[in-house]
Ligand binder design. Sequence first.
Ligand SMILES: Cc1ncc(C[n+]2csc(CCOP(=O)(O)OP(=O)(O)O)c2C)c(N)n1
Length: 857
Amino acid sequence: MAHRTTLEEEHPAKAPRAAKTPGALGTARVAGNEDRERVFDAFRRWGYLEATLDPLGFLQPQKRPELDGLAGEAADEARRIYCGKVGADFMHLPEPERGRWIAERMETPAGEVDQKKILERLIRADLFEQVLQARYLGTKRFSLEGVTALIPLLDSILDTAGEHGAASSIVAMSHRGRLNVMVHAACKAPHEVVAGFEDVDPRSVLGAGDVKYHVGATGTYVTSTGKEIGIHLVSNPSHLEAVDPVAMGRARAKQTRAGVDGSQIDRSRATLNTVVPIVMHGDAAFAGQGIWAETLNLSDLEAYTVGGTIHIIVNNLIGFTTRPTQEHSSRFASDIAKRQSVPIFHVNAEDPDAVVRIGRIAAEYRATFGGEVVVDIIGYRRHGHSEVDDPTITQPRLYERIKNHPPLWKIYAEHIGVDAAQIAEKIRGEYEEEQTQARAVKKIPQLRKLPEYWAPYYHGCYKPEYEVDTGLTREKLAEITDGLVRVPQGFHVHPKIVKLLQQRAGMGHGKRAVDYGFAEALAFGSLLLEGTPVRLTGQDSQRGTFNQRHAALVDSETEEEYLPLAHLAPNQGFCEIYNSSLSEAGCLGFEYGFSRDYPEALVLWEAQFGDFANGAQVIIDQFISAGEDKWNLPAGLVMLLPHGYEGQGPEHSSARMERFMQLAAEDNMQICQPSTAAQYFHMLRRQARRPWRKPLIVFTPKSMLRHPDASSNIEEFTGPRFLPIVPDREARDAKRILIASGKVGHELRAERRRRKDTSTAILLLDQLYPLARNEISAAIAEHAVARDIVWVQEEPANMGALSYVLPRLERVAKSLGLRVRSVKRSASASPATGSAKAHELEQKTLLALAFTTTSSD
Ligand SMILES: Cc1ncc(C[n+]2csc(CCOP(=O)(O)OP(=O)(O)O)c2C)c(N)n1
């Protein structure tokens, strides 16, 4: 039988999840008050289920046996408070003081609200949409109508946040009501926003730019007491919820800027309250999207906390054509937030006074406890998913009801006894005038601008003048080394780490070759001493997945942590190196966001193995790769992706290099695979010291981390620079030139030694994008008698850098009169074999072929 739901049957008897902390809140325990308290506690716990939350009445109150039969003065009062137009769902909070605080707020009579102002805002929110509807029929704008109380809700949150010290707010949201928010919260001039509908200058955005309901906006909101709050509406892709971690990372960066003093960061409540993150969600997306669940889990972690985000679910009880019974296995879309200490306030969107009150409580809660809070504002969607969509096909009864339902401002005007017709006409006139102005606009206005801390940096296409030298003197390297191997008095160092520190001391003083782990520490240490902050996060990144980093030393008796990099000198840059939660999309999105607002810092995210980065594909595709092209927004984030075929199976080998190569265009990113420790050092320093800010994708080694062939002599750290291609000065009279990147290049060199081959040159391509054609030409031209060029990669033919590199190498080779062939594994659906022995066989064959393939094959 087909699944059928009648409207009234929706959410039949889905039991809410059991609360985590049963028991009374313990407020006002005066003798004789116990009964009253018991009654109140029952309503505090279950009342939200009986609240009247849906203006159209589809989401029926759910009767609870615990509240059945409770009568008397206390029960009446508690019912009025907890089962009205607000459903406060907070008894799952494990901290009793938070619960008490909320109960007290709920049980104290609501303060005055400015009803005239609320009415005006509701009219504005509605008529802004209507003027657009009248003028741009058949154009998508994702109207807010049905949940216009969002605008007074934002007013209330911002006004309250202002009282608690907010100087700016990072605001993220999807399509629904975005243009409305741009005008009424980010306070952009309506004609600038409306100009997006005119599409006046298509040539300026050929192949680039984004649709109007995705672009960001910066503006200034003035609170009811005249305080200015900078609003940063974050640009976002269509991918719902993908912006959540980005907004959080941006907020963290801005809070860090507000609290930083040299190497120290003040994260007091007062500092965190200066930047307030507000994230708006659709109900279907909130319940369904994993990236949001990952982001929520970051909220109370030291590495990520922003002192609480205020979440608003703009809940129209529908997702495109899908009703809630098909969207979430819970009564409310918001229930996922209950897994953490997050209060949820459901509020009927047609009680604007209650909405405003809840906005105030939510913002106060965040300012007081530094925790996440959810406001689930429940209304409806007046039109189809977009305005060109006919919703009567899928929800005929719902839309019949909506058709006859007056706009909120009319209901509210009547409720407060005001004749709003004149105000409405005046406001309509204003927006029509703005619309006329929009038609005169010749060029689509920039709704946002980069903050001033971006002024020293460039983006766009690469220019050689951006290059800088990255070498350091031996003395400087020795000085950094001494700082890196120093531990505080009384700190108990693990015996293995004692040895490691001794070896590192030897490396930095030129007594033994420097490996990758220490090369990285030298790069970070040097940058920190130059004042560049360093922030690195990833799974197990403090120690390093391959036991290579040891950035945080652990006291073997107390488990206390010590970061030598954070204690090099009093006036150094701040250093944050954290183990991340086990998330890719959430954590990578966060660091992208952080890098967007901290161009002075070297910001790195590390995958456990590069292959896992595709869990964050949406962040890679939508932000890192395309962010500059769509929104003209630069970022200097570094992604570290362990790579290399070492017999560890299909998910621990490839890092999906082909995906990054395919995304590369218009100098949107850099893709590197440094072949030696010194190359890694120069590449990291270049990324921070060069004024050009671009994402940097790095394929990092695994087995080569400590391999002598990839280690570097200390002299190589003295300079001058990173080489995009490492030439071969060993092979004389080479007839064949092998070009490879990463570990396989070293294996080819070892194979050459084994074969005592003197007729093969091996070039290591350390920068795959942008491809340095001149340097490649020059490195090839050093081998004048060579006839063949062979690209060698470990990946199958349909993967790796081959599709990108080969045609470009062919062009270079052609100009030199040479031919290019390639050696690779056969095309395969899976990146690598699961058998270590099969891997060995394959690898042997690959190396042999590289030395035997000829142009006549
Ligand atoms: C990740 C992702 N999947 C699918 C879509 C296509 N899509 C656009 S809007 C929408 C429904 C969203 O519903 P909801 O979150 O409730 O927001 P509303 O539009 O109702 O405000 C869908 C499925 C998308 N934009 N992003």
